[in-house]
Design a protein around this ligand. Structure first.
Ligand SMILES: [Zn+2]
Length: 379
């Protein structure tokens, strides 16, 4: 395996940004320090640039014209390769509510891929509330049902990392129990839960909120809803689409002030239109229309995922006023901890996997390394 020396960069560590060189060898970070010498290593001069851990996107549906629900090896590869130049070095392919047979096909196709960038699968649906369906097709929503869930994931329990559901529906809490006992994260999503129903779901094991604020009962002072529960419960992680459209920057500030950045996980929720021109696309069998990069259902006002990429999410958060090292933690270390891979991924330290993104001053991606291999070099 090749070795790479990244010279003169500013390393974005968990709690600091510090100038240092970084040596990569045999796929791992081998040394961090001043005046490291290259020897046989490939040299990257990162003068004036930042070096961050590779971004981990735990909620992404598609990109580059493909969707993980397409259910083929080619789609999986297209999506991974489209988001690579945006600094995403690991991700969770995310399914939507479609007939269970199609969801099963998608799970099989993703599980077939040996690509190490895939850290597991996120199942978003179909046990959702119609009132908060957003872009989840109503025709394919089901009441929570343990037997159909077990049939859906049969043989793939180890691969499934997150399951999002509306826990207030009849049978919801039983399903939360099954999900948690199977070693997966139960997430509240597309849910019309009252505050007390959301708190009961957290007691039953829900530990994550799917794209927080979006697709859930909002905060009213006489009924604080799922949003109120997410802001108050100290154990849950809140996913955030930081595109400036899904959530107002000051509503993000409210999340950060109440919960702290270590419980906020930047996601893209990107759909197949990501990295593609504006126009018509499909999402879970429905037509969507993308204008100025904003994806909406054709026959409604509902947002239909995003065309966000991880480096843009980081840039937006910095522009909203949050410190760079905090923002990067929400795109790297927080998701790594969620998935239990923080001993190898999600931060810059000697011995960790050399999944790295070199960013310029404007948060544009200049280089991407995955497992110590230089996989992208910008112009
Ligand atoms: Zn989604």
């Amino acid at each position: 395996m090749s070795s790479v020396l990244v010279k003169n960069g500013r390393l974005i560590r968990k709690h600091t940004v510090e100038p240092a060189d970084l040596l990569v060898d045999s796929g791992r970070i081998a040394a961090i320090g001043k005046n490291l010498t290259a020897g046989q290593a490939t040299l990257i001069d990162a003068q004036g640039m930042y070096v961050a851990p590779g971004f981990i996107d735990i909620h992404i549906h598609g990109a580059g014209g493909s969707d993980f629900m397409d259910g083929g090896a080619e789609s999986v590869k297209t999506i991974l390769d489209t988001v690579l130049p945006h600094g995403t070095t690991s991700l969770l392919p995310t399914l939507m509510s479609e007939p269970l047979s199609r969801m099963r096909q998608a799970i099989e196709a993703i599980a077939d891929s040996e690509d190490p960038r895939i850290l597991g699968i996120y199942i978003e649906g179909p046990f959702f509330s119609e009132e908060k369906k957003g872009a989840q097709p109503a025709a394919h929503l089901l009441a929570p049902d343990v037997d159909s869930f077990q049939a859906l994931i049969d043989g793939f329990t180890e691969k499934i990392k997150v399951v999002s559901l509306a826990p207030e529906l009849p049978g919801g809490l039983d399903l939360v129990g099954v999900i948690v006992r199977s070693g997966m994260i139960a997430a509240l999503g597309h849910s019309n839960a009252s505050f007390s129903q959301a708190m009961a779901a957290i007691d039953a094991g829900v530990s994550q909120f799917t794209h927080f604020y979006n697709g859930m009962s909002s905060l009213h002072h006489r009924n604080p809803g799922a949003v109120g529960a997410g802001l108050l419960a100290t154990t849950t992680t809140l996913e955030l689409i930081a595109d400036g459209i899904h959530v107002h920057p000051r509503a993000i500030e409210l999340m950060v002030k109440t919960r702290g950045i270590d419980y906020i996980c930047l996601i893209t929720d990107a759909v197949r239109a990501t990295g593609m021109p504006d126009g018509k696309y499909t999402l879970a069998g429905q037509e969507i229309f993308v204008q100025d990069g904003i994806a909406r259902l054709v026959d409604g006002e509902s947002l239909a995922g995003s065309t966000l990429t991880m480096e843009k999410a980081v840039r937006n958060m910095v522009q909203f006023g949050f410190p760079l090292h905090d923002v990067v933690r929400a795109a790297t270390f927080v998701p790594a901890c969620r998935l239990g891979v923080d001993t190898t991924k999600g931060s810059i330290a000697v011995g960790k996997d050399a999944d790295l993104v070199v960013l310029n001053e404007d948060m544009g991606v200049e280089y991407v390394l995955i497992g110590g291999e230089l996989r992208y070099e910008g112009g």
